[in-house]
Design a protein. Structure first.
Length: 317
């Protein structure tokens, strides 16, 4: 896992530019805050501004010029963008459940390093939202990542595309319903099912098997109520030859206000699949409780060390 030293003063500097610029677009052009945030990212990347108001052009360019000489790391960019998204969502009265907490992306990267022994991998987020989960995961991986994101909400699509552009990831972000998305076999699927109807989740998980290589993993955040659905037994039976239910890690209650959630891990069954003799299951403490977290991570490390399962390796070594 890559450790980024995040300089909060630098994050605040970039956030101020995002926020002030988006606010100017709103005040002068009545452009929604989130659209102004997207335009600001475009302006920073192009190092130029173009509106019909010359005075506004000068104000916006002056904000961008204030970033000259500052080297931002990827996590600083992601955090500043996340803060701006949260402000924009509040400003526009939109639920913030499209933004997965940053601690989840970091923990996903820990799991990936346990499940994969590869130099590079392609990652698909089929419900990419603002891109915070996908970016947080990719930023913290040791491996080189090629990322793909899909969302049927145009607002979210624009936001995630803007973030990936700022992070200099290849912009493979698609405005599309995931159930119609084809022609990709990813090494990893990572997503957040929050806000998705449980019946739709069943259909999406079935479809995702077509977008993932054999023996590879789907790691997701999901409401605990998913496992109480009356259709869960039927779903398990339908996918038993496609997906292996690999693990469930219950997330701390403090992380989500509305409902309890878990990390749900599935492995696509292929010819080389090895069925573990144990289901991976644990409860995570509050991420700020360092002593308890160290203890749980130690227990997880022991599980991965002592359990025989198919770990994805380069060239199936």
């Amino acid at each position: 896992m890559v450790i980024h030293v995040v300089r909060e003063d630098i994050v605040e500097k970039l956030f101020d530019v995002f926020d002030q610029s988006a606010s100017l677009y709103y005040e002068k052009l009545k452009m929604p805050y989130l659209d102004g945030l997207v335009k600001t990212c475009e302006n920073i990347l192009a190092n130029s501004v173009e509106t019909e108001i010359e005075e506004l052009n000068l104000e916006l360019q002056d904000l961008i010029n204030g970033l000259e000489g500052i080297e931002f790391n990827k996590e600083e960019i992601r955090k500043a963008f996340q803060y701006s998204c949260l402000r924009g969502l509040k400003h526009q009265g939109i639920s913030n459940q499209m933004i997965t907490p940053e601690s989840i992306g970091i923990f996903f990267s820990y799991l990936v390093n346990k499940l994969y022994d590869v130099k590079s991998l392609s990652i698909l987020d089929p419900l990419v939202g603002s891109g915070n989960l996908l970016a947080g995961l990719a930023n913290n991986l040791e491996q080189e990542a090629m990322i793909f994101g899909v969302d049927s909400n145009y607002e979210y699509y624009k936001l995630s595309q803007a973030l990936m552009g700022m992070l200099d990831y290849q912009e493979n972000i698609f405005y599309q319903d995931i159930l119609s998305f084809e022609n990709l076999e990813a090494d990893l699927i990572a997503t957040d099912f929050s806000g998705i109807d449980e019946k739709d989740i069943f259909q999406i998980i079935k479809h995702l098997s077509l977008l993932l290589k054999d023996n590879c993993f789907l790691i997701s955040v999901i409401d605990n109520s998913f496992f109480d659905n009356e259709l869960i037994k039927e779903f398990i039976y339908e996918v038993k030859d496609i997906w292996h239910f690999f693990g469930m890690i219950v997330l701390p209650e403090t992380l989500f206000k509305a409902s309890r959630k878990s990390i749900f891990i599935l492995q696509k069954i292929g010819n080389d699949f090895i069925r573990p003799d144990k289901f991976l299951v644990t409860d995570l403490p509050d991420f700020n409780d360092e002593d308890k977290m160290i203890k749980v991570i130690s227990q997880l490390n022991d599980w991965f060390k002592n359990t025989n399962f198919y770990r994805v390796r380069d060239n199936n070594e």
